[in-house]
Ligand binder design. Structure first.
Ligand SMILES: Cc1cc2nc3c(=O)[nH]c(=O)nc-3n(C[C@H](O)[C@H](O)[C@H](O)COP(=O)(O)O)c2cc1C
Length: 211
């Protein structure tokens, strides 16, 4: 079946995109506001876009009913700084609490029982319970519709939980790192089921696939 996705209403487009491009990693993002203090919220329209410099992107929509900017968007627009935390199995429930639409002056991390410590480079604080955290500075915001901004950020400092990686090889141990992924709506997935595939050299491919 072919779907002319642009002809469909927003909520159906959202449903089709967010239920097929899965699983998505979850960025639990902390930001800071001079008037309202610390803020945290999860975003699964999120991914890495490359290194040198290390770049992350986040898709930020407006609030569904009021169509106003979310606190995260507002804060990064004003001071250009944020911290992205990857969400593992242990952080899942607290991440969910941070998604509640609390008033702007309520700290989601306090409500979720998470601990904040000062970051090294940026002003927004870092969540100590997160397995991985990236302190980031805004490169740009791309507005793609009245209700959608794409935030492009540069990583200026990285933090990894002790014991998760080998400091000699810089390899993260997949047996110890258990990020969760967002499927659609309330559905999430674990990432414990690994398998290996090696891309063969062209010469080896030719040997096994003669003309
Ligand atoms: C797992 C998960 C993923 C989410 N992903 C996004 C997203 O990619 N973009 C977005 O705008 N909102 C997303 N949300 C909703 C925001 O987290 C929610 O609107 C939050 O209250 C915004 O908080 P803020 O106003 O403090 O920034 C997601 C919620 C959950 C639970």
């Amino acid at each position: 079946m072919q779907i002319d996705i642009n002809s469909l209403p927003n909520d159906i487009q959202y449903k089709l995109i967010s239920s097929t491009i899965v699983p998505r990693p979850i960025a639990l993002i902390t930001t800071y506001n001079d008037d309202t203090g610390d803020n945290a919220a999860p975003f699964s329209f999120f991914n890495a876009m490359g290194e040198n410099p290390p770049v992350l992107v986040v898709g930020l929509e407006t609030r569904r009913h009021s169509r106003t900017l979310k606190d995260t968007t507002h804060n990064v627009m004003h001071n250009g700084q944020f911290v992205v935390h990857l969400v593992d199995e242990g952080l899942g429930e607290a991440m969910n609490v941070c998604a509640i639409d609390f008033p702007s002056d309520v700290s989601e991390t306090a409500m979720a029982g998470l601990n904040l410590v000062p970051s090294t480079v940026v002003k927004p604080k870092r969540i100590t319970e997160a397995p991985v955290a990236f302190e980031c500075e805004k490169i740009n915001f791309v507005q793609i519709s009245p209700d959608r901004h794409i935030l492009i950020g540069k990583v200026v400092m990285m933090h990894v939980r002790e014991g998760l990686f080998d400091p000699d090889t810089y390899y993260i141990d997949p047996e110890k790192y258990h990020p969760i992924g967002r499927m659609f709506g309330q559905l999430y997935t674990r990432t414990r089921d690994h398998f290996k595939m090696t891309v063969p050299a062209y010469e080896d491919w030719q040997k096994t696939h003669p003309k």
